[in-house]
Each structure stands twice: as C-alpha cells, then as structure tokens.
Ligand binder design. Structure first.
Ligand SMILES: [Zn+2]
Length: 264
C-alpha cells in the first residue's frame, strides 16, 4: 500500500482532492499551469506579478479544489478570472471566485448568456484576446502569451475526439474547423497549446487533429452533396474508420448531424 501511495505521489505531485472535486496542476511554462478538474476539463492558471489569473473555473463545486491546486505552486492569490466561453463546465465555479472578491471577465455575448441564468456581476474583456463568433459556443476567446509561448484556446481544442459544437448557441462546424485553421496559422511552431479538454498539444498535433476532422467533414459532405437524406447518411456510416473519436456527448451519428446541419 505504501509503495502504491508513494508511486501515486511521485506521479501526481500536484493532485488535490476537495469535496467531490479533484484538480491536478501541471506546469506548462515558467508561469503557466494547466489544472485539470475532475479529470475532464481544463483551467489555466497564469502567475502574473502579484497574483494569479485563471482562465475558466471548471464545474460548479470545483472552486475549492482549483484554489488548492493553485496553492501547490504559488501562495499568490487569484486576482482575476477570464471565461473562454459560457458553458457550465468552464464557468461553473465563477460564483465561488466572485464571492471572494475576484472580478470575472468575459465577452459581452458570454456575459449575456451567463447573466440570463444568474444575475452575478461580470466584466467585459480587454482587447488582448481573440474573440471567435459562430465556431464552438457562439463566442469563444483564445489567447497567445508571447513570452511563455503558450496558447489558451478553450474548447477550440478537444483532445483527440469529435468536438462538441453548440449549434443552439450559434456554433457551426464549418466555422469551427476554419477557425481552428486560423488559430493554427497565427501560432509559432514551438507553441504549447492548452485546450478545454485533455493534454497539452504541440502545433503539429493541433494541425493533425484539424486535418483529421476535415477528413470526416469531407466524407459527410460528399453524401450531402449527393442529396442523401440525414437518415441515409447515418445508415451509410461514412465515419466507420473514425470511431476512436467518439465520446459521451458526440458519437459518429451526432457528428454527422452537426456537419449535415452546417451544410444544409
Ligand atoms: Zn464548451
């Protein structure tokens, strides 16, 4: 048992469990850490002078675990939170930080969506971030930190799976894949890329994922252009070779639907 515990501590030096939530901090550069919450969603912490900037806040109830994970690498306080988009797995603990006097920043579209659900005070983002409309959630921000060679791209990157596209909120897969291409071409070759879910990517890996997703897109597009119905396309199973990209929210059929609705 002792051996196993020691192995665990050596493998996961920053592993923190708080209540129902867990948070693991991983150093990405001198001042940037990726904190994986509940083994599912990423928060990015940046040490900035006298405090820590957080990009996203994980699930509701994960605030304490995130703060504890930050304390494993710095004693500086969290001084600001930025939301990459409005989804609840990225903004769930906004209230936890707001209650502790931390200002939460987001795009106006994200603020409108969050405030429709909860009347908390939110602040508009500065100009140093890129806002992408109509790609993943209707309004997503990405950021490149030149000094650290680290990019924070939120859900514009899901590790090795079909991305979830929030079509109800204005997301569109064609725009999503084009936007990924734009982000890729704006970044230097030696960048480290932190997405909303999964491990840190190199530019090469991000490019490869984008190409793979375009491949799936083209396979479905071919059938849409041949005037096949959605049901017929699903039945033809054009993505049979891409089953490894399936996960709980987006299986092959759902991905076909997302592409179909963008093209029709
Ligand atoms: Zn999302």
């Amino acid at each position: 048992m002792k051996k196993i515990l020691l192995f665990w501590v050596m493998m996961f030096p920053f592993y923190v469990v708080s209540g129902q939530s867990s948070a693991v901090a991983e150093k990405v550069s001198e001042t940037v850490y990726k904190i994986e919450v509940n083994r599912s969603v990423n928060v990015v912490a940046v040490i900035d002078g006298d405090g820590v900037l957080l990009y996203d806040t994980g699930y509701k109830g994960s605030g304490e675990a995130i703060e504890a994970a930050v304390k494993t690498f710095t004693q500086l306080p969290v001084k600001a939170v930025y939301n990459t988009h409005h989804h609840s797995d990225h903004t769930g603990s906004n209230a936890y930080f707001a209650e502790r006097g931390v200002k939460i920043y987001a795009t106006q579209k994200t603020i409108d969506k969050l405030q429709a659900a909860d009347k908390m005070e939110l602040w508009s983002l500065g100009e140093n971030m890129n806002e992408w409309s109509d790609a993943h959630s209707g309004s997503d921000v990405t950021l490149y930190m030149n000094d650290e060679k680290v990019a924070v791209v939120g859900d514009m990157l899901f590790e090795e799976r079909f991305p979830y596209i929030d079509t109800d909120a204005g997301g569109d897969v064609t725009v999503y894949l084009e936007t990924q291409g734009e982000i890729i071409s704006s970044l230097p070759a030696d960048v480290k890329i932190i997405g909303g879910h999964g491990r840190v990517y190199t530019l090469e890996e991000y490019e490869a994922l984008n190409s793979l997703l375009w491949e799936t897109y083209d396979k479905v597009k071919e059938l849409v252009m041949a005037d096949e119905s959605l049901e017929a396309i699903k039945k033809a199973d054009p993505l049979v070779d891409y089953a490894h990209l399936e996960w709980g929210l987006v299986n092959k059929d759902k991905w076909v639907e997302i592409i179909y609705s963008s093209l029709r």
